[in-house]
Unconditional design. Structure first.
Length: 396
């Protein structure tokens, strides 16, 4: 199992997804790190095509180098990642890495967990001419103007048009996937056929570590004859309760899913989860007895009838081609009907939101600010539009 340096881990945590080059050892050996959402990583592991792209971007009288990945988990609408090369050291690591005939690659998920390692061969001599150019470097976050230029160049090259871009498919040979043990959750492996259970375990891993000990439960049950599950995950603090339903696309048996099929499946999962959450809130408000996995009574330290509740649907990915305006309106309707705040996340956003919140008090405030953004825009796709607050902030 490969564990990257602290600096590499910090860099990966700052990006939702992407490709990173680094070196290790004496003498130094280059390697590549790839961070992807679990659902996309499963597609890559199951066999969908993967490519690396470099593009020289001429913006504002400067020439920058950007790189990224193209993942054909959907032939018509592949996932494209992007990041700007910000320093000469980073550039030199890339240049040395692609000069190797066989380069180690280490794959990580949204939680920066080492999922699987591989090797890859580079077959494009075009890369070398790119690496001999002179570029400008700026140590800033990725720029929207640069991203749009990069995306335009990549899409032009993919369509067979002239573009200042090089795309090279990676011939990846995977090793055995890592089996990760997560305390209080269990074992996780990318090739586990219980894909829904793996996503739920990953969510609980984040939530259980964030809330106070004993203030989160996986698969809480109602005290009924058939022990019916209330929700996938229940968490609470002194003033607030959070319900989470996770819904996962099955990928390992069909790594390539076309856009229409993906939209249909995600929408179906989303509707089911919203119904489950609305029903769970109503049962919770009626003060029905709730049990943990040991069949012990769960005591919530505030009045259920009028307490603050957030309901989160955790889906495999925030797929951009969904009708997010209709979903936003549906979340507002459900919020009004149930007297709770409804959201849609993926694992990457949940990890980021918990990471910046630090405490459950700030987490609750951030969830409310997020819901206000949904209400303001009538659009559920609010990632990257959220302004997070910390404990010292008075307003946005």
């Amino acid at each position: 199992m490969f564990i990257p340096s602290y600096e590499d881990q910090c860099q990966m945590k700052s990006e939702r997804s992407g490709i990173f080059f680094s070196k290790i050892g004496e003498p130094e050996h280059p390697y590549m790190l790839i961070k992807l959402p679990q659902v996309v990583l499963k597609s890559v592991y199951a066999g969908c095509s993967l490519a690396i792209a470099f593009s020289a971007l001429n913006v504002r009288n400067q020439t920058y180098l950007a790189c990224g990945l193209i993942i054909w988990d959907d032939i018509a609408s592949p996932m494209i990642t992007y990041q700007l090369i910000r320093s000469e050291n980073e550039f030199n690591s890339i240049r040395e890495g692609i000069s190797k005939k066989l380069l180690p690659i280490h794959f990580f998920d949204e939680l920066v967990r080492p999922i699987v390692s591989a090797t890859s061969r580079f077959n494009s001599s075009e890369f070398y001419s790119y690496m001999n150019n002179i570029y400008d470097f700026i140590d800033v976050e990725n720029d929207d103007d640069l991203y749009e230029e990069y995306k335009m160049q990549v899409e032009a090259r993919m369509a067979g048009r002239d573009a200042d871009c090089i795309i090279c498919k990676l011939e990846v040979q995977f090793g055995e996937p890592n089996e990760i043990f997560i305390p209080l959750v269990g074992r996780f492996s990318i090739d586990d056929k219980d894909e829904g259970g793996c996503l739920e375990d990953s969510v609980f891993h984040l939530v259980e570590a964030f809330y106070a000990i004993g203030n989160s439960v996986k698969s809480p049950q109602l005290d009924t004859e058939n022990r019916r599950e209330l929700t996938d995950i229940l968490a609470w603090d002194e003033y607030h309760t959070c319900f989470i339903e996770s819904k996962c696309l099955s990928i390992l048996d069909r790594p390539i899913i076309d856009k229409d099929k993906r939209i249909k499946n995600i929408t179906k999962h989303l509707d089911k989860a919203l119904n489950q959450l609305e029903g769970a809130v109503k049962k919770y408000r009626r003060n029905e007895m709730i049990l943990n996995e040991k069949l012990e009574i769960i005591n919530i330290p505030h009045k259920r009838e009028n307490g603050i509740i957030d309901c989160i649907v955790l889906i495999s990915e925030m797929y951009p081609f969904l009708d997010w305006e209709s979903i936003g309106k549906e979340l507002l309707t459900r919020s009004k009907n149930a007297g709770a705040f409804f959201h849609v996340f993926d694992l990457s956003e949940l990890q980021q939101l918990i990471g910046v919140s630090k405490t459950t008090t700030v987490w609750n405030a951030n969830l409310f600010k997020r819901w206000e953004k949904i209400k303001e825009t009538e659009n559920a796709f609010v990632r990257s539009k959220i302004v997070f607050i910390d404990e010292t902030s008075e307003n946005l």
